[in-house]
Design a protein around this ligand. Structure first.
Ligand SMILES: Cc1cc2nc3c(=O)[nH]c(=O)nc-3n(C[C@H](O)[C@H](O)[C@H](O)COP(=O)(O)OP(=O)(O)OC[C@H]3O[C@@H](n4cnc5c(N)ncnc54)[C@H](O)[C@@H]3O)c2cc1C
Length: 389
């Protein structure tokens, strides 16, 4: 398999620091050497490549922006974004694993957890010795999580948790679940440990998308949760939304990686596939498609980079993250579809990555806030008028 050399039509590398490039290239190599050789088989079998977790941990990919004192790499947000971009060039499912572990489990522990919770969990999660999941979505509450019906009640020295979650990435393999439930009507986060009485996490099957990622239900039947397992600084819907904003940031970058993989595949295929006595790259319609793909990738790269710089300055607004996630995933999906066209019948084979990326991106477009919800978030921001109901 040839090494990926990147897509950088506008010399965007010149805007990156040496350290950012080093981190990007390290992950790029990891994807070429460890992810791509195994991903199609795992995708076909519907299995998460769990062997990769230890290697990802060794390279500092889990909770990578969190402080070194918890065993994390403490990288800046641009480096973290580039990491996500490269991982998703491999597969959205592998990137989803890292996103959930980092942004939806380690970040809430760091932001809302007690010092004991942080010291107990974050280093283990960083080393990949523990896996986490994030349970917000319920069968009846997806885009509108504020209505969630999972309930916690205080009984003596513990809480009792009842309810169900659905579509939870990493659920079945998780050692700890960050679960959002209402306590006296207000949303709080709880740490539910594997093996807790009354807790089960069956894997969901039948997916045509994100097949190399574990997706699960979480079921809580009178689960006793020790009082020390509430995340003490969570209060209200704002807390899980802060986590989602963190994850969306990585997704916006990740989608660019999937798009780059599809563009790169389509470009090299078009140069070598001969029809009517010439490479299909010599036809104007094919060139027009390739140029459209490259233009969108270049815009998404610049958008991601500026988003990262704003995040590192501390001025990034969640509405800007919504715009970037919405734009980049939408473009990536269009690019994957267009790459599939350029590859003709070969485009549907798993010898090439485009159909896998295309199917994956259908999930990516829906999770962490659907395309439509991000439209409404930006719409409200620019008009001042909420249009959710
Ligand atoms: C593979 C995968 C992994 C996931 N991982 C996780 C996870 O780890 N943790 C977790 O908590 N969740 C996870 N999710 C769930 C995901 O976040 C939800 O699917 C998402 O929020 C959308 O909810 P829904 O599927 O119930 O769609 P719905 O909310 O039922 O929406 C259906 C359609 O209606 C549209 N819609 C809804 N409301 C409006 C409105 N007001 N205006 C206009 N259109 C509207 C939506 O945009 C969508 O197109 C995952 C989902 C998938 C597919």
């Amino acid at each position: 398999m040839g090494k990926f050399r990147g897509t950088d039509y506008f010399g965007i590398d010149s805007l990156l620091s040496e350290e950012e490039i080093l981190i990007r290239d390290t992950v790029r190599e990891f994807v070429d050497d460890a992810v791509l050789p195994v991903i199609e088989r795992h995708y076909r079998e519907g299995k998460f490549p769990r062997d990769l977790v230890g290697k990802m941990a060794d390279l500092g990919m889990l909770g990578s922006t969190l402080p070194a004192k918890y065993g994390c790499a403490e990288m800046n947000n641009v480096a973290y974004g580039l990491l996500m971009q490269e991982l998703e060039r491999g597969d959205s499912g592998v990137r989803s694993f890292a996103s959930v572990q980092s942004a939806l489990v380690m970040y809430p522990l760091y932001t809302f957890g007690s010092e004991e919770q942080k010291n107990h969990w974050i280093p283990k999660l960083a080393r990949g010795e523990a896996i986490g999941c994030f349970g917000l979505t319920e069968p009846d509450y997806g885009s509108n999580p504020g209505g969630l019906i999972t309930r916690a009640e205080l009984e003596g020295d513990h809480y009792v948790l009842n309810g169900a979650k659905m579509w939870i990435t990493n659920g079945t393999i998780a050692d700890v679940a960050v679960v959002w439930a209402k306590l006296e009507g207000l949303i709080h986060g709880f740490l539910v440990e594997k093996g807790t009485q009354g807790f089960s996490a069956p894997e969901m099957t039948g997916k045509h998308s994100l097949r190399a990622s574990v997706t699960s239900e979480l079921i809580f039947q009178d689960c006793p949760i020790p009082r020390v397992n509430i995340l003490p600084k969570t209060e209200g819907l704002r807390s899980p939304l802060m986590c989602l904003n963190q994850a969306r940031y990585g997704i916006a970058w990740g989608a660019v990686g999937a798009a780059m993989a599809c563009y790169d595949t389509a470009l090299s295929y078009a140069k070598s596939r001969i029809q009517f006595g010439k490479p299909i790259a010599s036809f104007q319609i094919t060139q027009s498609k390739l140029v459209d793909m490259l233009s969108e990738i270049t815009k998404a790269q610049l958008l991601s980079l500026q988003m990262g710089r704003l995040k590192d300055k501390g001025t990034l607004r969640f509405q800007q993250v919504s715009l970037a996630k919405r734009n980049n995933v939408h473009c990536a999906l269009d690019i994957a579809r267009c790459a599939r066209e350029i590859l003709g019948a070969n485009g549907i084979l798993d010898e090439y990555p485009v159909m896998r990326h295309m199917a994956n991106l259908e999930s990516v477009k829906t999770y962490e806030g659907t395309h439509e919800m991000h439209t409404l978030i930006v719409g409200e921001d620019i008009t001042g008028i909420p249009a959710y109901e």
